[in-house]
Design a binder for this molecule. Structure first.
Ligand code: KIV
Length: 276
């Protein structure tokens, strides 16, 4: 039985306990209707800061604010009953100090009702992760390609080849020692992701990190074919909803122009039929 089919809502210790037993299934959601769709199938619903690009048309995740995360976080919490909502901490809301991170993480939890947050960074964020974990903030960490550092990386590149491999292993181990309950590995070579997974006691959640991670996450709009600005190699399209939506909108526009919509069944008669 996966954590999402248990009777009670999933919490961080349930995800941790899935290590070595069950793959952890994660998708993003930013709205109540999508959270409702995802809830019955996933263990974790990630309110990712990818919402800046996917929903708001921003060029990167750097412009995402606390207010955006709180608004979408609340919507997702309203749409979930079983799967655990995790809220991304936006760029600039946690890097300055453990105290700043606690202030903003506790605000995200209090104002959305989500039981956990996610933040990007390895060894250099370990002190902050420990500070949060000891104060009742469960942390999902995120290493490898960390999109909030896109300008430092110089693009959305694979992270962990050659000399970077050792550094990434050290990042993952520092995160675990600091008390994170799981870690996202993004765009990490598959062999290295497998070695990190074997070395850690907490679940690794891969995105572009091969099949040996303890779980997988995708951006739901990517896998449904709704967000088509980028097509990273690691995205498998399970549906082409963008194409279907385009055809539906074209049909609507054509019918409005041809005055064939609305039909009589979509309109209200002036007089109600008399019941006999
Ligand atoms: O913001 C996001 O959606 C994420 C996932 C891609 C892991 O961080």
């Amino acid at each position: 039985m996966s954590a999402s089919t248990a009777l009670k809502p999933v919490l961080p210790p349930d995800i941790r306990a899935m290590k070595g037993r069950q793959p952890v299934v994660v998708l993003t959601a930013y709205t109540t209707p999508v959270a409702r769709l995802v809830d019955g199938h996933c263990d974790v619903v990630l309110v990712g800061d990818s919402l800046g690009m996917v929903l708001h048309g921003l060029p990167s995740t750097l412009g995402v604010t606390m207010e955006m995360m709180i608004l979408h976080g609340r919507a997702v919490v309203r749409g979930t009953q079983k799967a655990m909502p995790v809220i991304d901490m936006p760029f600039g809301s946690y890097e300055e100090s453990p105290e700043q991170a606690f202030r903003n993480a506790s605000r995200l939890m209090a104002e959305t009702g989500a039981p956990a947050v996610k933040l990007e960074g390895g060894v250099h964020m370990a002190e902050t992760i420990a500070f949060l974990s000891r104060r009742g903030v469960p942390v999902m960490a995120h290493v490898g390609l960390t999109p909030q550092s896109v300008n430092t990386f110089g693009g959305y590149k694979v992270v962990g080849r050659g000399a970077e491999a050792e550094k990434l292993m050290a990042d993952a181990q520092a995160i675990e020692a600091a008390g994170a309950f799981s870690v996202v590995l993004e765009k990490v070579p598959a062999g290295l992701a497998g070695r990190i997974t074997a070395a850690l006691a907490i679940p690794t959640i891969g995105i572009g990190a091969g099949v040996d991670c303890d779980g997988q996450v995708l951006v739901v709009d990517d896998m449904l074919g709704l967000f088509t600005d980028f097509r990273p190699k690691f995205v498998k399209r399970y549906a082409e909803l963008g194409r279907e939506a385009d055809a539906a909108i074209a049909a609507y526009a054509a019918e409005v122009r041809a005055r064939s919509f609305p039909a009589p069944e979509h309109a209200f008669p002036d007089e109600l039929p008399v019941k006999k």
